[in-house]
Design a protein around this ligand. Structure first.
Ligand SMILES: Cc1cc2nc3c(=O)[nH]c(=O)nc-3n(C[C@H](O)[C@H](O)[C@H](O)COP(=O)(O)OP(=O)(O)OC[C@H]3O[C@@H](n4cnc5c(N)ncnc54)[C@H](O)[C@@H]3O)c2cc1C
Length: 472
């Protein structure tokens, strides 16, 4: 029997359409490995919801791998620096000749993988990283000047222009293999963390639930996406982000499903489906940004001149934002959705992020960290990109003077206050139109706080702070 290859699973927890797994299986038998690196992930800011979902995803993957006769070995490490020695030891213990993995793009992960490749090469073993979570590897799409794109629209145009069918071709799922004399490790439970994870039934883990979501989304909501996606009271989006973030489904599977629904087109055809494709390209864009502008991985602003901005110290304001008691119902309802479900609607991520960074003028990095602590889909590139966009420090930066009025956002995107009433039951007692900005006298016996800042004054304060920045 030929010697096995190791597949190191990380945020690619699936058998289908998995580039590293398919490449390894072409060579012969496969042994799967998962390195759980809780202390390091916690230092990166991932909270209990994501870590729990990750753990459940690994368990589901283990079951699926067992169906193919592929053992899953599990190791706990404290720090990424332990990855090379741990993987080399596994390779030697199991007589493996090669290691395969799919790239992750934040800087720390890239560095970890470099040390692993170097260690394997030094030991005379092959280690191969595959570009799996993107259609174009970072560096493959560049501007006319040979730079990474720092603006989304030209990136998306180049993405469509240069896309070939091969880039979206689904990778082979391995066939069952003959039993190896290697037993899977039992998966240890998640230790107690600072926060208690939300009920796992909200986000069932694994490839099956992910595929079901994709199918239901495309069948019932995909064609309405463009019209419905901004309304948080409507389940108009796919809610696939946790599954995409941990690779329980791939962007290729999503895009192939769109091609099948949309007469083989991604850039034209149904407006709902093409708008959804655009969101998947945003996801890829922010991965390229993390590689092309690695300062964003070091807590730095993409627009470096904004680093001089005089953010305010406001512990009371930050606490009110985190706890959903700013007195702006749309902000408060959204923050409660986040803390309760581990997910927040995209429109509301923009509204709440802008409220923190503009109305409260609190450093966006604090909000970025709070989101990561609670999001089940917490993913560095998208989260950082979204926060820097909202704070006008990032790519495509919203011009600093375009500051969402939370009340206007609320009346536009939750016109009859349904979402508000769901998350702030006290407001359900008010007439629908009054829920967006409850006035003192209307509130009567209703338990809801007064706004902690006045919109116009807060807006003026933010404008002054941005105007004070030197742009050169
Ligand atoms: C401040 C802020 C923080 C964010 N943090 C994260 C995060 O940690 N993880 C995350 O996956 N997304 C993040 N997003 C992007 C977006 O809000 C979520 O991906 C989306 O709400 C997930 O819901 P969905 O799966 O129903 O999305 P859909 O609307 O169905 O979109 C399909 C997929 O496209 C991707 N996507 C959609 N919008 C974006 C976007 N703006 N940027 C990058 N990818 C996108 C996601 O993978 C998503 O699942 C953030 C956005 C903002 C403004």
């Amino acid at each position: 029997m030929s010697t096995p290859a190791i597949v190191w699973f990380r945020s690619d927890l699936r058998l289908q359409d998995n580039t590293a797994l398919a490449a390894a299986a072409r060579q012969g038998p496969v042994v799967a490995v998962f390195l759980r690196c809780l202390p390091h992930w916690q230092r990166h800011g991932h909270g209990a919801n994501k870590l729990d979902f990750w753990g459940r995803g690994v368990a589901a993957l283990g079951d699926d791998l067992a169906g193919l006769g592929i053992p899953l070995l599990h190791r706990d490490i404290d720090d990424f620096s332990e990855a090379p020695a741990t993987l080399l030891a596994i390779a030697r213990e199991n007589g493996a000749h090669a290691l395969h993995f799919n790239h992750e793009y934040p800087l720390d992960e890239q560095r970890r993988d470099r040390t692993v490749i170097d260690a394997f090469e030094e030991a005379g073993l092959a280690a191969t990283g595959h570009h799996d979570a993107v259609a174009f590897a970072p560096g493959e799409l560049l501007t006319g000047k040979g730079d990474y794109y720092g603006v989304f629209t030209p990136f998306a145009k180049a993405w469509h222009r240069q896309l070939t069918p091969e880039r979206l071709a689904l990778r082979d799922t391995p066939a069952p293999q003959a039993a190896l004399p290697i037993a899977s490790d039992p998966l240890p439970p998640l230790p107690d963390l600072d926060d208690t994870p939300i009920d796992g039934r909200i986000w069932p883990a694994g490839e099956g639930p992910a595929a079901d979501r994709l199918e239901r989304f495309l069948r019932f909501r995909g064609r309405h996406y463009q019209r419905q996606r901004d309304f948080p009271a409507i389940r108009g989006t796919s809610e696939l982000s946790p599954y995409l973030a941990l690779g329980m489904i791939s962007h290729r599977q999503c895009l192939q499903a769109v091609l099948a629904e949309n007469d083989g087109a991604l850039a034209e055809g149904d407006a709902g489906l093409t708008a959804w494709v655009s969101e998947l390209i945003w996801r890829e864009f922010y991965r390229h940004v993390a590689v092309g502008f690695p300062r964003v991985c070091r807590h730095r602003a993409f627009q470096t001149h904004t680093e001089a901005l005089a953010w305010r110290d406001d512990e009371a304001g930050f606490a009110a934002w985190c706890e959903g008691r700013t007195g702006y119902p749309i902000v408060d309802a959204a923050m409660r959705q986040l803390v309760t479900t581990g997910w927040m609607h995209n429109r509301l991520r923009m509204v709440t992020a802008m409220f923190l960074s503009k109305h409260l003028l609190i450093d966006w990095r604090r909000g970025e960290a709070f989101f990561l602590r609670h999001l089940v889909d917490g993913e560095f590139c998208a989260n950082n990109g979204g926060w820097q966009w909202a704070a006008s420090t990032g790519t495509d930066a919203a011009p600093y003077f375009r500051i969402f009025n939370p009340t206007t956002q609320s009346t536009r995107f939750d016109p009859d206050g349904t979402f508000l009433a769901e998350w702030l039951p006290a407001l359900a007692e008010l007439p629908r139109k009054a829920r967006h900005a409850p006035e003192g006298d209307l509130l009567g016996g209703v338990d809801y706080p007064a706004p902690i800042v006045e919109h116009r004054a807060a807006r003026a304060r933010a404008l002054d702070a941005f105007k004070a920045l030197k742009t050169d």
